[in-house]
Design a protein around this ligand. Sequence first.
Ligand code: IVH
Length: 674
Amino acid sequence: MDKLEVLKKRAEFLREELTRHAQLYYEQDSPEISDFQYDVLIRELQDIEQKYPVLVTPDSPTHRVGGAPREGFVKVKHKNPMMSLDNALNRDELASFYEKLSKSLEIRAPQVVCEPKIDGVAISLIYQDGVFISGATRGNGRIGEDVTENLKTIRTMPLRLNEALNGRLEVRGEVCIDKDDFALLNDRREEAGETLFANPRNAAAGSLRQLNPKITATRKLNIYLYQIIEPEKQGITSQNEIFKRLKKLGLPVQGEERTCNSLEEILLYLDFWTKKRFDHPIDTDGVVVKLDDLSQRAGLGSTAKAPRWAIAFKFPPEEKLTLIKDIEVTVGRTGTLTPTAILEPVHLSGTIVQRANLHNQDEIDRKDIRIGDMVIVHKAGEIIPEVISVDLNKRKNDSKPYRLPETCPVCDARAVRLPGEAALKCSNTSCPAQVKEGIVHFASRQAMDIRGLGDKIVAQLVDSKRIKNIADLYSLDILTLISMDRMGKKLAQNILDAIEKSKKRSLASLINALGIRNVGEKTAQELAERFRTLDALAKSSIETEYKLEMMDGIGPIITKSLNTFFTEPHNKAMIERLRIAGINFELEGPATNKEELPWNGFKFVLTGELSSMTRTEASEKIKALGGQTSSSVSKKTNFVLVGTNPGSKYSKAQKLGVPILDEEAFLDKLNELA
Ligand code: IVH
């Protein structure tokens, strides 16, 4: 085999593996490998495809991480126009729609299928011979925009269908983002001083229309399909069959549809979703009612804008009028002063709302929000309480425009607004509010995992001046801890043990724990892998900058944050104290190029008991040599390591002709490679 052949095989193997792991992760919720291991595999495939573009396939999972940015979107004409739906704004309008159906069809109670209406972005996907080849937005219904590369980054959208269909298949549905992910995305944007998305639909649309697919890849978009174009060509006769077929092909559907045979049933479904939508992960703005039978649909036809066989019942917008009792200003980890409206509590979209983030002075000025105002509130994307506008008729004569304080409400230091930023910041880096938030973050699970050290204890420790920064945690003693409110000896000892244990946390956890601006968990992991020691990352040199520049996903903003953090004298001193305390500053294990490891790409399955080591130890040794372990035997397994009393995996290996290693042969191999 020549080199290209070998790489082609390797690429095929990697693709299969990556697709399988993505399915385990996204569809079965039971990952076999860590996100990091997944990234290592995808990187390897990317490298191969970059060096040998002939080896790129249209369904390669590397498209999931996004290709090169483009200048603009290409316009595409939809073969069949993408229609809209007529709306029913209340129950009467829905009743008359159903009555009209009944009259036109001359059927007393036509069968319909109801489904939540997703407040997302309408999309059309085209599969050729079972492989995804292109996708477009609705645009004006006739002409949309080609967003193929961005769609490929949506991990729940199959790049290849379960069945190798012959010819062209067009399916349609909606791209959206979960409410939780929308909230997280906005949190991050706020932290980075970027403009916020108004609701999940805008976030989904903004992410899908990114010219740089790499950015799209970082957004957790979802897709749900509900329509097949020209279904009759596939022998499909109803909406229910459309859903079945979509599912069978591996295309994601909402799975919340209900077949109804009367207006009463439709109204019950509506009642159910009127409440359920508030704790549903996706933003829904109504319920779509569609005639089930496709031949009946054909008889009804469409208007220029919408089909006559379907209607969208729109939920009334949930808005309430309430009073702004006060505006509270808090200080976060990065020193940002955040104004929050304290509201007269109101029931809104399923919960009682008492606070709404007002973001910054510009937002307050734009809406002219004042203490004592009556305001209209709603939940953006059914999740984030937001003041929409002020009812000026109810404004008191003596009300005054609101201004954020000129000094930090916690430490009284001057609050400054940097040019080009919307946020006002406390200028004192040792401001107790910033210090507390920073320590709580340092101790959090994804960081140094110091269990028991919650915000209340941190607040007491900082307020009583027992600790001033994270390094002080490592000189805490039991007497100091016990002197805190509601602290028993046992809890104090547990905290000390957790602090001790934290010294061995991974380099990635430490980098994340330091709370460097714009450096979260994932970036910290990548930095740890690339730099391997904290000192290498902290060193201010051309080499560091060059290495950062060469990293994917690290731009000038992160580089600048790192530089600012590591050159700040207080931080330098604190890092020295962490070193003296014995915190791990290094990535475990020697630097390795995975491709060069002897068992790179080899898959092992272990069964039975070993005498010289445990199965976990054996797995670790395999992984250290670049191999992988899996729990089931398949043709792709390279070796099955068999101990005493093996299980059915042994007989399966024999049946499939997979090479079998006993413990002795395994140890020999290890010795050979040592
Ligand atoms: S059926 C002829 N089902 O809402 C179009 N549409 O406001 C048949 N939408 O154009 C559409 N969720 O983009 C259907 N479960 C759902 C939907 C849904 C959202 C969108 C779709 C439609 C728009 C109308």
